[in-house]
Write a protein that binds this ligand. Structure first.
Ligand SMILES: [Zn+2]
Ligand SMILES: [Zn+2]
Length: 125
């Protein structure tokens, strides 16, 4: 994959935050550096980057898709009020491969695991 200037900036911005921003939030940050970029371009590049495995698309938190600069699987805690996701930095003794052996006629292709809660900001209001 060719890393265009735009794609590089988007990737850099995403790697430098832990806030798991939505596409619009990525757009707002990237625009400071590339004033002519459109929201559509940001969407398209986020899609390509996640398909290439350089970032992660988090599909499950709230209405908006959020994006994660860490491509490796890790545990998220998601706020059920605002949809923000945070990383959980803790070693857990979960046997992920056991989850892929559940009895179903589906062909299991992955595991998506997240914790739900209320973030401190939403808890306060
Ligand atoms: Zn919240
Ligand atoms: Zn994350």
């Amino acid at each position: 994959m060719r890393l265009t200037k735009q794609r590089k900036v988007i990737l850099e911005k995403l790697k430098s935050t832990t806030s798991h921003p939505s596409a619009v939030e990525v757009y707002d940050t990237v625009r400071k550096e590339l004033p002519n970029i459109s929201l559509g371009t940001v969407y398209r590049n986020l899609d390509i980057l996640s398909r290439e495995g350089l970032i992660q698309k988090i599909e499950t938190c709230g209405e908006q898709k959020r994006f994660d600069g860490i491509p490796e699987p890790h545990l998220h805690v998601i706020c059920t009020d605002c949809g923000r996701g945070r990383d959980v930095h803790q070693e857990l003794n979960l046997k992920m491969e056991e989850l892929t052996r559940v009895k179903t006629d589906f062909k299991i292709t992955g595991v998506r695991l997240e914790l739900l809660g209320v973030c401190p900001e939403c808890d306060r209001s």
